[in-house]
Design a protein around this ligand. Structure first.
Ligand SMILES: Nc1ncnc2c1ncn2[C@@H]1O[C@H](COP(=O)(O)OP(=O)(O)OP(=O)(O)O)[C@@H](O)[C@H]1O
Ligand SMILES: Nc1ncnc2c1ncn2[C@@H]1O[C@H](COP(=O)(O)OP(=O)(O)OP(=O)(O)O)[C@@H](O)[C@H]1O
Ligand SMILES: [Mg+2]
Ligand SMILES: [Mg+2]
Lengths: 227, 227
């Protein structure tokens, strides 16, 4: 389903270069629950941004089904992001002046679904993440973990085949975290492909595949555990 | 050091009322490492905002040393926030158009310390949180966990007697998380009072006191564990 070939992302800082991804060859099988772990700054979010079509690599390719993402034009990329991917951001990226419900319904606006149905679907997902009683709250009127759960619901509303989750449980207590992991697990069993970047070791309980990153490169689990 | 007396914070949402804090009687001893745990939405951040003088209660009092925070005028409150408290925000709240180093040095601007010394102190703290090589990066040029560590460094630069940490390890891998907890522990042993809101059970290893919140009220550990 997803394959990266010698994937590189380099940032220039004055005369310095930061190799956020440093030649990554990675295969994420269709229908897998792939967990990416690694130290803070090792390149997890960068990998997810590239796979999600939110940024372009410095070099190398990203193949999703039969499409080479890095070769797409802006329209094809926007289409890919909108229809193929559900992205849960590490810092949520909710729209401040819309209610939680409107935030969740937002990705459906080009779907052709009638407004009444869009609201129903959004409310349904908010219920599933335990926020049925917070529908009318704006992001600043929600706790950190509640904002995180709104971000999760929003990523799922379009029923995308590929879900990219960047630290989806970082602000959640044990019970709320397990609820989210269970949700992702059920989506995987229903045929979706899940790629999660996480520091939460409990996420490995649901993983069908594991990837370990250090300094923008893939390493063996042994190497990662010894670090 | 810190005591709350029948502390309440209520938000009005149309005809609804959200009781974020619902009558809290809490004592945080001077020099303690107090950890506040509880489900997402239980009131942890709200408690920290009130103790940190970032918001006023609906009713009840907050006594810090001999001052009743809720009775202070704007100037006294600003003074309290600037000199008495180091706050690590759950969503970091870094200034986007300043470098990491400038963000860390910012609380020192009214301290009377010369610029060269302010920069030295900021660089020193960035080193301590493992970001010596990220000094010139702006927040958007940092990973989520790196931003979190900048927020930690900034809260400590003024050497405040009371440190309020809201989920300080939520975006960190095991090693980085332990480094932060160890730092807070050393500050506690040096005489500071630490109040941490955290979902990370490892934080309890450092706690001298534990507080469990559910629905804005204090509960017994047993009640919290059964939830
Ligand atoms: N401005 C606001 N208006 C209305 N409700 C609010 C507002 N701010 C917070 N709340 C509500 O108050 C409750 C407590 O929020 P708080 O941020 O203190 O929770 P928390 O324990 O820090 O949660 P988390 O673990 O998710 O960070 C939540 O249920 C939240 O929805
Ligand atoms: N715009 C940028 N300019 C320069 N360097 C950047 C930029 N964005 C990210 N970096 C650097 O690239 C590296 C990888 O960042 P990334 O966000 O992918 O890490 P991460 O594994 O997600 O970390 P975390 O666990 O802390 O979220 C980091 O060292 C970071 O400082
Ligand atoms: Mg990240
Ligand atoms: Mg909170």
């Amino acid at each position: 389903f997803v394959q990266t070939i010698n994937l590189r992302k380099t940032y220039k800082m004055g005369s310095n270069e930061v190799h956020a991804l440093d030649g990554l060859d990675l295969t994420i099988p269709s229908g897998s629950f792939t967990v990416v772990m690694g130290p803070s700054g090792s390149g997890k979010s960068t990998l997810l941004y590239l796979v999600g079509g939110l940024d372009l690599p410095t070099s190398g390719s990203i193949v999703v089904d039969d499409d080479e993402i890095e070769k797409m034009d802006e329209n094809a990329l926007a289409d890919y992001r909108r229809n193929k991917v559900g992205f849960i951001f590490q810092s949520f990226n909710l729209v401040a002046n819309m209610t939680a419900e409107a935030n969740v319904a937002f990705p459906l606006r080009f779907s052709g679904i009638k407004k009444k149905k869009r609201i129903e679907r959004a409310e349904d997902l908010m219920e599933k993440v335990g926020l049925g009683d917070r529908i009318g709250h704006r992001p600043t009127e929600l706790s950190g973990g509640q904002q995180q759960r709104v971000a999760v619901a929003r990523a799922l509303v379009n029923d995308p085949p590929l879900i990219l989750a960047d630290e989806p449980t970082g602000n959640l207590d044990t019970a709320s975290g397990v609820a989210i992991m269970t949700m992702l697990d059920e989506l995987c069993k229903a045929g979706k492909t899940i790629l999660v970047a996480s520091h939460d070791p409990r996420m490995l309980n649901y993983a069908t595949h594991r990837v370990f990153l250090m300094d923008g490169q893939m390493v063996e689990e042994k190497q990662y555990l010894e670090s």
